[in-house]
Write a protein that binds this ligand. Structure first.
Ligand code: PRP
Ligand code: URA
Length: 219
């Protein structure tokens, strides 16, 4: 796994979440013998921290409230124009936890699968909230491998009007971070790990295998 310093040295633009609880839970998730139910729960828990990280600079405004003791001016989020976009299907494993933290967010879905031969992303579904251009868009998918899926999803969202986007994932490959940075330099990445490399089948090494299969128990 690369450190934030190693990412910076290689010129890879990504924010690494280094919280010890995240690192511990991710280690549990990587174990090939972990049951799907535990995998899903750990992914949900890690996504809470990813959500806090990716939203840490959201603008606030002051509101007058009264506590049981005294009136005060207290900070609240400005507006509610935020949407999560899940890249189906594995993105839904991150989405659930994101919605635990920001239940009022709008939600969109981009259905993409990776052709196993070409590793190119194939779109099969697209449904997003209205007024994409006015919202902060947080795109979620646990795996950034070749980045073909994430690049295609963000491209599609830009065509749909999105202007202000961030991408959140659990594990990335350096190759994917580089490709995504080059394709979408305006979209920042938050990730819990950047592993060593991709294998000949486009899987992240050491990674955790196929995230969708592990979330939904389909293998
Ligand atoms: C996985 C993962 C990403 C993609 C990453 O999805 O959830 O979307 O692969 O690989 P890439 O960076 O090389 O494009 P997959 O295509 O397996 O579909 P699924 O979510 O339906 O399982
Ligand atoms: N998609 C996954 O689910 N895992 C990988 O390692 C690569 C792509």
């Amino acid at each position: 796994m690369l450190t934030q310093e190693e990412l910076d040295e290689k010129g890879l633009q990504a924010t690494l979440l280094t919280h010890p609880l995240v690192r511990h839970k991710l280690t549990l998730m990587r174990d090939k013998d972990l049951a799907s139910a535990s995998f899903r729960m750990l992914l949900r828990e890690i996504s809470w921290l990813l959500c806090f990280e990716v939203t840490k600079d959201l603008p606030l405004e002051m509101r007058a409230i009264e506590t049981p003791v005294a009136p005060m001016e207290a900070p609240v989020l400005q507006g509610k124009k935020l949407a999560f976009i899940s890249i189906l299907r594995a993105g839904n494993g991150l989405l659930d936890g994101m919605l635990d933290v920001i239940p009022s967010a709008r939600v969109g879905h981009v259905g993409l699968y990776r052709d196993p031969e070409t590793l190119q992303a194939v779109e099969y579904y697209y449904k997003v909230p209205k007024a994409m251009e006015d919202r902060l868009i947080i795109v979620v998918d646990p795996m950034l491998a070749t980045a073909n899926s994430a690049i295609a999803a963000v491209e599609r969202l830009k065509q749909g009007g999105a202007k202000n986007m961030r991408f959140v994932c659990l594990i990335s490959a350096p190759e994917g971070v580089k490709a995504f940075n080059e394709a979408h330099p305006d979209v920042s990445i938050v990730t819990a790990a950047v592993d060593t490399h991709l294998n000949d089948h486009g899987y992240i090494v050491p990674g955790l295998g196929d995230a969708g299969d592990r979330i939904f128990g389909t293998k």
